[in-house]
Design a protein. Structure first.
Length: 232
């Protein structure tokens, strides 16, 4: 899979999501389905979007004991999504179990990527709440290395971390990066943002873009602009 723009479909219902996706008659975007939509509509929404010809990143961030994650990943694998994810904090053993569960009988499987530290976690909360006293960027790179050593395909990270992740884990280790905004756009609640062109420059493999596309007056034009800037 090459570079691509993944559209975060952060809608609360199937109706809203399908209405939005039906705008795209030409090129069908790669779509991210998160917890809100999945918990509201269940696996059927995944099948429906897949049936319409979209590739899917199912962003459910699993984190549990290895056996539970393994069995849950086997269920997600049968949904035929393209990318799944989990929390690297669940340990290397959990990530290995997840890969086992995800791998189908014929040896194929969706890509599996890890969340390192959530961007909502900062140095202070990591120290005070999690009792982790190392610098946060060191923790992020350590978790990324754990993911690579467990056999995963990449990590979700800030575009600002993508270059270092590639240096640490190899250029073929995928970086999937949210926090993308157009140079002339509203940054909303994101704190550290980058344009699609800058994310391309820094080596992100996939950018995850929500509101700059979903809340645009012309979502199709915004999507095309994103693809143009990021893929060329
Ligand atoms: O609307 P916006 O472009 O900010 O959406 C970004 C998407 O990426 C949302 O679905 C958000 O939950 C997700 N995300 C993020 N930052 C992370 C991980 C995921 O913004 N660190």
């Amino acid at each position: 899979m090459g570079k691509d723009v993944i559209v975060a479909c952060d809608f609360a219902s199937k109706e809203q999501t399908l209405e939005f996706l039906s705008l795209f008659t030409d090129r069908k975007p790669f779509v991210k389905i998160g917890m809100e939509l999945f918990y509201a509509e269940g696996p059927e929404i995944v099948r429906e979007i897949k049936k319409r010809g979209h590739r899917i990143f199912l962003d459910l961030k699993l984190h549990d004991i290895p056996n539970t994650v393994k069995k849950s990943m086997a269920v997600l694998s049968r949904l035929d999504v393209d990318i799944c994810n989990l929390h690297a904090a669940g340990t290397v053993r959990m990530m290995e179990a997840a890969l086992e569960g995800l791998t189908r009988e014929d040896g194929t499987r969706p890509l599996l990527i890890a969340v390192t530290q959530l961007t909502s976690t900062d140095q202070e909360s990591m120290e005070n709440d999690l009792l982790i006293h190392e610098p946060i960027d060191k923790v992020v790179m350590h978790y990324a290395l754990n993911a690579r050593n467990a056999g995963l395909d990449g990590v979700v990270c800030s575009p600002l971390e993508a270059k270092k992740v590639h240096e640490t884990c190899g250029s073929d280790f995928l970086t999937v990066t949210p926090g993308v905004r157009f140079a002339d756009g509203d940054i909303g609640d994101q704190k550290r943002v980058m344009t699609p062109a800058a994310a391309k420059e820094i080596g992100s493999d996939y950018i995850v873009v929500g509101r700059p596309i979903t809340a645009a007056d012309d979502p199709v034009a915004a999507y095309k602009r994103c693809c143009h800037e990021f893929i060329g």
